[in-house]
Ligand binder design. Structure first.
Ligand SMILES: CC(C)(COP(=O)(O)OP(=O)(O)OC[C@H]1O[C@@H](n2cnc3c(N)ncnc32)[C@H](O)[C@@H]1OP(=O)(O)O)[C@@H](O)C(=O)NCCC(=O)NCCS
Length: 411
């Protein structure tokens, strides 16, 4: 076997499509020109090719597919570059031979050079990625509620909510989203393709995407993107279902107004919002919160690729300084060592130091802490971080995020 690891060329992107078709069981299309191939550029890929085994057209056989989108994410008020890893798959006949490990090692080195200090992904199985230092960095909260059970404490009926179709309200919605994510963590800066090919492009069986905007197109203060289908609920009078695809709000009255708008859909027996953040306020605002039938699920996973840059670029609300020691990062050895972190609302300085460590942790624990998915105390309680209790408490203050990390965009 003669394996070469390199980006795919443009003519080889059809093989990437077919790899995605097989790895994901057709979820993104079956042909060589499916979404897996068309949504990625050759220069974003890093694949393994068996040069000894040729395809009918003479191309070397793609044994493993891999790509990383050049995203920007929010981390507690700041923009941070993130490599969004996707299309990971190895042909069954090449599995368990270390190909993904080789690619991941090369990818982290490339991302480090490119200044992509974080890597993120949606994991088909956590076991695959935890060994590479990825940690859960945001959850998904799912609600399923009957419209007759939507009652909030506040009276919000007075706010106008207008409905639009397709891209008619796109400018207003983009503006709300930008403001909504600014202080949050984990949300992506959405380019045109994330809006048009993701948020506003539901699967055909769900019908068109509708957009509800609070206020006006000129001064919007919240929005919902949703689909509405008949015959989905076993109910004699209310068999329709609404699926919320995206939800953002700039103040609590707008949040309430959008729920109130949903409640007016008298033929809808079920509203599903499968991608709410885990700190979504509904449980505090609903009069009968248990009727939301809340379920928490796994969301995206992050890996700190370049600890020094990632810590320097992130936002901090509380000032403080300490020395973090990272050890045993085999895939990104430049992270190993002791780092002096001096952080606060005005910015952060991070430099290598020989001073004694206040806190010791692995890169996986750092990734979890970095996103705010786990506090330093929770990691210490789990034996994943070491430090004296006062320093752990101080680290908690420095690293806390205003909002729970969350990414509603699947990639
Ligand atoms: C997951 C997958 C990409 C791994 O590819 P691979 O080339 O076999 O990976 P490697 O040989 O480099 O294995 C890397 C490590 O992961 C382990 N591993 C691989 N697949 C695993 C799985 N499904 N569950 C648990 N461990 C797994 C291997 O044992 C190996 O462990 P080690 O590094 O400690 O020796 C491949 O099995 C696959 O294509 N699966 C189906 C598609 C899929 O799930 N893709 C991920 C989409 S997010």
């Amino acid at each position: 076997m003669s394996i070469e690891i390199r980006p795919a060329t443009a003519p080889e992107m059809g093989q990437l499509g077919l790899m995605g078709a097989y790895s994901y069981g057709g979820a993104f299309g079956d042909g060589p020109d499916n979404v897996v191939a068309t949504g990625t550029r050759p220069e974003w890929t890093l694949c393994a090719f068996d040069t000894a085994v040729r395809q009918a057209d003479g191309q070397p056989t793609m044994a493993t597919s891999f790509s990383a989108f050049p995203f920007t994410t929010r981390v507690n008020g700041n923009a941070v570059p993130l490599a969004g890893i996707s299309t990971v798959g190895t042909r069954p006949e090449y599995r368990r031979q270390g190909l993904v490990r080789k690619i991941m090692t090369q990818a982290f080195a490339d991302q480090y050079q490119r200044g992509q200090c974080l890597a993120g992904l949606w994991a088909s199985q956590a076991a695959i990625y935890q060994r590479y230092g990825f940690a859960a960095s945001g959850g998904l909260r799912e609600y399923r509620i009957d419209t007759t059970d939507i009652h909030l404490h506040q009276d919000v009926a007075a706010m106008p909510v207008l409905r639009f179709e397709g891209t008619d309200a796109l400018d207003a919605v983009r503006e709300v989203y930008k403001q909504f994510i600014v202080a949050r963590t984990g949300y992506l800066h959405r380019g045109k393709s994330l809006w048009l090919d993701n948020v506003l492009a539901p699967p055909p069986e769900d019908g068109p995407a509708y957009v509800a905007v609070v206020g006006s197109l000129e001064a919007p203060t919240g929005y919902l993107v949703y689909t509405l289908r008949a015959g989905r609920v076993a109910h004699r009078a209310r068999a329709q279902e609404i699926c919320i695809r995206d939800f953002a709000w700039l103040d609590q009255p707008s949040y309430g107004a959008l729920w109130h708008y949903l409640a007016r859909h008298d033929l809808v027996g079920r509203v599903i919002w499968g991608r709410a953040p885990v700190d979504d306020p509904a449980l505090d605002l609903f009069i009968e919160p248990r009727l939301l039938h809340t379920q928490d699920l796994e969301g995206t996973w992050w890996r700190v690729v370049d600890a020094q840059s990632a810590l320097a670029l992130r936002g901090y609300d509380v000032a403080g300084s300490l020395v973090l020691a990272i050890a045993d990062d085999e895939l990104a050895p430049w992270n190993n060592g002791r780092w002096y972190l001096d952080a606060g609302p005005q910015g952060a300085e991070v430099r290598a130091t020989t001073a004694a460590a206040d806190i010791e942790l692995s890169v996986r624990a750092l990734s979890s802490l970095y996103s705010g998915n786990r506090s330093a105390q929770q990691l210490a309680n789990a034996g994943l971080l070491a430090g004296d209790p006062d320093t752990v408490a101080k680290l908690d203050q420095i690293m806390r995020t205003r909002f729970a990390p969350h990414c509603p965009d699947h990639y």
